[in-house]
Design a protein around this ligand. Structure first.
Ligand code: GRF
Length: 188
């Protein structure tokens, strides 16, 4: 049985896709961790009977939050992978170093283009004809770790920001679980 931890700050649709994909496979989601008390991902985890852990960033402040996060992660060791799915905090060096090549992230653009927040909107407003998603290892820099996989889509003339967002999320939900599976079982 492979063991993963999912971390997210928001809506949690990627978590949901990962959960559904691995439901009947030898992959256990040990916990969902969030920094945000209002994150819907925590509700989703509860609904799926997955341990939902809140470490409240605003209440604790950066240093205490990161210490608490590390303690929590250690308490789940050994595990195979930490999956960031809409996680909006930057992981500190001591966590990234401890779990080198054990933390993956998904970003809704073809990195290195359009790093950071609102990447879909940035790509749309820029007017690129092709965009997509990137799944990458996490290092100390934001959206800059080694690329594992990318999938591209065309932005059509009649696309709106909303239709593009929908397409991006669809390919995220399809590819992220499958790439995670590849990482877990083919030792990428
Ligand atoms: C996704 O678009 C992901 O690429 C980005 O944040 C978004 C999270 O969406 N990192 P959700 O919380 O999984 O619905």
């Amino acid at each position: 049985m492979k063991k993963i931890i999912v971390m997210g700050s928001g809506y949690g649709s990627n978590f949901q896709a990962i959960y559904e994909y691995f439901k009947n496979k030898p992959v256990e989601i040990l916990a969902v961790i969030s920094d945000n008390p209002n994150a819907f991902i925590l509700k989703r985890a509860q609904n799926c009977n997955i341990k939902a852990i809140l470490i409240n960033y605003k209440e604790l402040g950066k240093e205490k939050y990161n210490e608490e996060l590390l303690k929590t992660l250690i308490s789940f060791e050994p595990f195979d992978l930490i999956v960031l799915a809409g996680y909006l905090r930057i992981l500190p060096e001591f966590i990234v170093k401890r779990y080198f090549k054990k933390i993956v992230n998904i970003h809704p653009s073809l990195l290195p283009a359009f790093k950071g927040l609102n990447a879909i909107e940035k790509a749309f407003k820029y007017g690129v004809k092709v965009t997509g998603i990137t799944i990458h290892w996490v290092n100390e820099e934001v959206d800059a770790g080694e690329i594992i996989e990318q999938v591209c889509i065309r932005i059509e003339e009649n696309d709106t920001l909303e239709s593009l967002e929908k397409k991006i999320h669809e390919i995220e939900h399809y590819y992220y679980p499958r790439v995670i599976e590849k990482i877990l079982f083919e030792k990428l």
